[in-house]
Design a protein around this ligand. Structure first.
Ligand code: C2E
Ligand code: CA
Ligand code: CA
Length: 734
């Protein structure tokens, strides 16, 4: 709201009094004054008199006398002098002069001095009465006229004020579209002064693309309800000289109506004069609307179209492809190790990776292709114009190659890969839904095959995908019963002593249809669905129960390793839960190794370190599993109260006398870990050569097929008693 400047709209002259007029008779002869008073008396008239010029001046100074009836020949001041004095004092009282001197000369002099009428002193009384009536009537008319003028001026000033202060541009055009009036607002909005625009054609301020549109509005001849309102038009600011307005376009909403000269003989003959109207700046509103519309159809992080817009474009492209008999491609892209970035570094870094990926993927596409973000680390691509199915494969290969360069995340080079599923119209589907679903299925297939690649949908993939969906409900059902799961135990060997020092519990699922399933096939699903917590509870109970049995049999020094998922650490009651289960099975806490992965300690580090400390405080042991695969540096081990590390199988697999780097890595890991007082265990030991090398590298505890595969409980007991690596104690002989 604009502040209204101090403009005075009050009338400049007083309203005429309804009480009538005040007359002042000035004559030195009292007889005449009395006679005139009687003669002129009338209703609503106030008559005063005085006998000298000086008295008259005093009375006139009060400025409330309407009519002065003045004798020219006064003893002290001449009547003409009084009139001159009135002029200098700007006293507006009307004057009727009367005098005994009846010469025409004296009359002219009086009239020249401003008298309105001249009356002979000895003329007829009626003449005086008529003259006074006439003059008073004239005075009244003049007053009313003056008042009217002031009112008109005020009203015009008010309108001018309103027009000038208006937040909108108010304009009038002549018949040919030239400005004949425009208010000052045009300067604030468009940078033109009013003078610059007057006489110019309206097209001067209209955006080139909106000229056609503007023609209809600015040539409006209709009036009233039929006239144009709400016409949206872009107006251009003055581009030269006034820097401030450079390159700016405002969006205005325009109203216009015909302007006609007042018709004297009916509307049929009215004369068209031009167009007038109002243009309101709605740029901000427009921007807000655009932002809202953008947000509804775009992903805010990457600025890419979202799934809604993607589906819409896909539907349009399908219609066109069908009409032209062309092929069309849909790609589903998933960043392979995205979760790791989010878990390890945090969401901000995860976001950075998504943005960088979006940029790189976009650079591989043609301008007509659409890259969209479906959510999370999933992207889709629409390739609307393919000559052959090969085209999509070429683009997928391009994206894969582009992603090969490391991404810079948190100051480090991060290497990632993507999995891409492709579906083609009409080969792999006809509707947006099937094309998207089949590209998704193909993407899951490639993930299952080790990620980092692309694959085109084939119908036989479908069964695999729907299996994943049914697997989830199977898992839920299996957890309710619990009897489909089994634990296998893989011995952990201290080779130098020829002993089995413990075992790792590894879960299997005996699926009624699919047979024995390895944990890799269902643990990720359990983690995604949150079922892992219940699964861990089952494992804990079963493994601790089994350990209790073995301990009762005499195997009291066995260490049991149990794998926990990062999801278990999201439960606040983890330490209490573990302690509760240990107590229930009467197992000492230090008989248990909790295996966790490195990224758990990097994600929400403080919170998880705190939990690990609590576990250690309860007496449990903690091992870092798959050590070396993630981003951990040995340095951070110092901060964590862990007991052991398990060198990942990949290093052991690569271990041979020729592979210097694997040997060096394992050596470094075991040296530093030992210096921190940590136990080092190598897993995945399959060959005697690997075993030998590990022994020379100071890595004494081992686990792997060389010693034993994971075994069912009964087999494991045999291994302990009859195998090459017995436990420290034999079974108690009953
Ligand atoms: P992990 O913790 O790294 O377990 C070791 C895996 O390596 C086991 O696979 C084991 O059978 C396999 N393995 C052992 N020795 C050798 C060898 O010499 N050569 C080769 N190639 N492989 C060997 P498994 O049982 O299939 O388990 C896979 C993963 O599933 C485990 O990896 C672990 O991360 C997870 N897992 C297993 N059981 C559980 C569980 O009860 N809870 C949770 N949260 N995860 C589990
Ligand atoms: Ca493990
Ligand atoms: Ca492992």
């Amino acid at each position: 709201m604009q502040a209204i400047p101090n403009v005075d709209f009050s009338p400049q002259i007083p309203e005429p009094t309804t009480s009538g007029s005040t007359l002042l008779i000035v004559d030195d002869e009292e007889r005449i004054r009395t006679a005139y008073r009687q003669l002129l008396a009338a209703e609503g008239r106030k008559i005063e008199d005085c006998g000298s010029g000086s008295e008259a001046l005093r009375r006139l100074e009060r400025r409330d006398v309407d009519l002065l009836i003045l004798d020219l020949n006064l003893p002290d001041i001449h009547g003409l002098e009084i009139m001159e004095w009135m002029v200098t004092k700007h006293i507006a009282t009307a004057v009727v002069v009367f005098s005994g001197d009846e010469s025409i000369d004296s009359a002219i002099r009086a009239l020249r001095h401003g008298a309105l009428e001249f009356v002979r002193k000895h003329g007829s009384p009626q003449e005086l009465i008529d003259t006074v009536d006439r003059v008073l009537h004239r005075c009244r008319i003049e007053r009313e006229h003056a008042l009217m003028t002031v009112r008109l001026e005020n009203s015009e000033r008010l309108h001018r004020f309103l027009v000038e202060q208006s937040p909108d541009i108010i304009y009038t055009l002549d018949k040919k579209g030239h400005f004949i009036f425009v208010n000052g607002r045009v300067h604030g909005l468009l940078g033109y002064t009013r003078e610059e625009l007057l006489g110019k054609h309206y097209s001067t301020i209209v955006h080139p693309d909106d000229q056609e549109h503007a023609r209809f509005a600015f040539n409006e001849r209709r009036i009233g309800d039929r006239a144009s309102t709400n016409v949206e038009i872009r107006l251009q600011t003055k581009t030269h000289r006034v820097r401030h307005f450079e390159n700016r376009t405002i969006v205005a909403i325009l109203s216009a109506q015909g302007l006609y000269a007042a018709a004297h003989d009916g509307p049929a003959t009215r004369h068209f004069m031009g167009t007038s109207g109002v243009a309101r700046d709605i740029t901000d509103r427009k921007k807000a609307e655009e932002t809202i519309a953008f947000q509804a159809f775009h992903d805010l992080l990457t600025g890419l179209p979202n799934r809604v817009l993607f589906k819409d474009r896909l539907a349009v492209a399908l219609t066109q492809a069908r009409r032209k008999g062309k092929r069309l491609g849909v790609m589903f892209i998933d960043i392979d190790r995205f979760k790791l970035v989010n878990d390890t570094y945090g969401h901000h870094e995860g976001d950075e990776l998504l943005k960088s990926f979006a940029q790189r993927a976009r650079s591989c596409l043609r301008s007509g292709d659409t890259l969209a973000r479906q959510g999370g680390d999933e992207f889709t691509v629409l390739l609307p114009d393919l000559t052959s199915g090969e085209d999509a494969a070429v683009i997928a290969a391009k994206v894969l190659a582009e992603v090969k360069r490391p991404f810079r995340i948190a100051g480090l080079d991060f290497f990632t890969t993507v999995s891409i599923g492709i579906s083609l119209f009409p080969d792999s589907g006809e509707t947006p839904e099937t094309l998207l679903r089949n590209a998704d299925i193909a993407m899951y297939q490639i993930k299952g095959r080790g990620k980092n690649g692309y694959l085109q949908y084939a119908p036989e993939m479908h069964s695999g995908h729907s299996m994943r969906i049914t697997l989830e409900s199977d898992l839920r059902a299996a957890l309710e019963g619990g009897d489909q799961f089994e634990l296998h135990y893989q011995p952990q060997i201290r080779f130098s002593q020829g002993l089995t020092i413990g075992m790792e519990a590894l879960i299997r699922w005996r699926h009624p249809q699919h047979g024995l399933m390895a944990p890799d096939t269902f643990i990720p699903l359990a983690e995604e669905t949150g079922l892992i917590v219940a699964l861990s509870d089952w494992v804990l109970d079963r493994a601790l129960g089994q350990l209790a049995v073995w301990r009762r049999q005499g195997f009291t020094s066995l260490q049991l390793a149990i794998n926990l998922s990062p999801k278990d650490f999201e439960r606040n009651d983890l330490p209490e839960r573990l302690v509760g289960r240990l107590a229930a099975h009467a197992i000492p806490a230090d008989a248990i190794d909790i295996e966790i992965t490195e990224n758990l300690l990097m994600k929400e580090a403080e919170k998880n370190i705190d939990i690990v400390k609590q576990l250690r405080g309860c007496g449990l042991r903690v091992a870092i599993d798959d050590f070396g695969t993630r981003y951990s540096s040995l340095n951070y081990l110092r901060r964590f109260p862990i007991n052991s590390i398990k060198i990942d199988q990949s290093f052991v697999r690569d271990l041979n006398p020729q592979n210097q780097s694997s040997t060096a890595i394992i050596h470094a890991i075991s040296c530093i870990a030992h210096s921190f007082g940590l136990r080092v265990l190598a897993e995945g030991v399959e060959t005697e050569a690997q075993r030998k090398l590990l022994s020379t590298l100071d890595c004494d505890d081992m686990q792997g097929f060389l010693f034993s595969r994971p075994l069912a409980a009964a087999e494991f007991e045999d291994f302990l008693t009859a195998g090459a690596f017995p436990s420290r104690e034999g079974p108690r002989v009953c």
